[in-house]
Design a protein around this ligand. Structure first.
Ligand code: SAM
Length: 277
């Protein structure tokens, strides 16, 4: 799908891009092809796409995966997506992905191998976290993100950008920035540079969706110590957290940004172990 195609589709279906829904439609065939290559879809796989828009990725992905499901918030795209997705054996749920519940899914065992999204920038982080929560066994996520979010995903400990997104994606698996995409590859062009990133689940990773709330709690009060921040969530007492940190050989006044991702897992395991006793 190139620029002329996107403009033609917008005209044919009487559509326009809504800025409030983060709508920047891909119009670069090369980029679309590279993203689909990274998804490594085959007929044994189930693919979930979040925000198919006009179908730049979907019109090909629907033929590459065995099962293809898209979740799109904007019902104005129904006619277009019936032509390119539903008409070709895929399914579309028209809903805010952040409000998606298991009952919305085509069947209760639905579990994507691959999640694909040119993410709407205004809800990028919550969507990424919900995917890891909803589909813990997903093998690969291929996302287009804005530069600022990329920094938060790849951030290292003791830096300003280091936080839940960096920790949780690391605990999930391996992450790799693949390439940048300039504004001219979208209609309309966004203000920032975008990047394509792949997050792959690693077999060794001991991923638990409960880690999301735990790590978010640890970073909730950024200026406070980990003990103060995490205890303010009301799940673990200050004493328990401090003694778990001591067991790990960590100082009591450590801040969350000083902990490497695996240390959050260790801390969670110790605290849960004590709770379960
Ligand atoms: N995939 C298309 C492409 O690459 O050209 C469109 C990408 S556009 C950046 C983001 C898409 O996500 C839009 O179609 C928008 O309507 C949709 N979207 C925005 N917020 C959403 C949400 N909360 N849940 C599901 N879809 C959403």
């Amino acid at each position: 799908m190139n620029r002329a195609d996107v403009l033609g589709i917008l005209e044919e279906y009487g559509l326009s891009a809504k800025k409030s829904l983060g709508q920047n439609f891909l119009c670069n065939e090369e980029v679309i092809g590279e993203i689909l290559d990274l998804a490594k879809l085959d007929k044994t796989m189930t693919c979930l796409e979040i925000g198919p828009g006009l179908g730049a990725l979907s019109e090909k992905a629907v033929f590459m995966a065995g099962t293809y499901l898209a979740v799109e918030i904007d019902t104005r795209f129904q006619a277009r997506l019936s032509d390119v997705i539903t008409g070709n054996g895929g399914k579309v749920i028209y809903k805010d992905y952040l409000e998606l519940v298991p009952a919305d899914l085509p069947d209760p065992s639905f579990s994507p191998d691959v999640v694909l999204s040119n993410l709407p920038y205004y809800v990028m982080t919550p969507i990424m976290l919900k995917v890891m929560k909803d589909f813990p066994s997903c093998q690969r996520m291929v996302y287009m993100v804005e530069e600022e979010a990329l920094g938060r995903i790849l951030a290292k400990p003791c830096t300003k950008q280091y936080g839940p997104l960096a920790v949780l994606t690391e605990l999930f698996g391996t992450k790799k920035k693949c390439f940048n995409v300039d504004g001219g590859s979208f209609v309309p062009p966004p203000n920032t540079v975008s990047s394509v990133i792949v997050i792959e689940r690693s077999e060794q990773a001991d991923w638990k969706p409960e880690m999301i709330g735990f790590v978010e709690g640890a970073f909730a009060l950024r200026r406070k110590t980990l003990v103060n921040s995490l205890s303010s969530e009301g799940v673990y007492s200050k004493d328990d957290i401090a003694s778990a940190l001591a067991e790990m050989g960590k100082k009591e006044n450590i801040r969350s940004e000083e902990m490497v991702p695996s240390e959050f897992s260790d801390l969670y395991r110790i605290l849960q172990g004590r709770k379960d006793k």
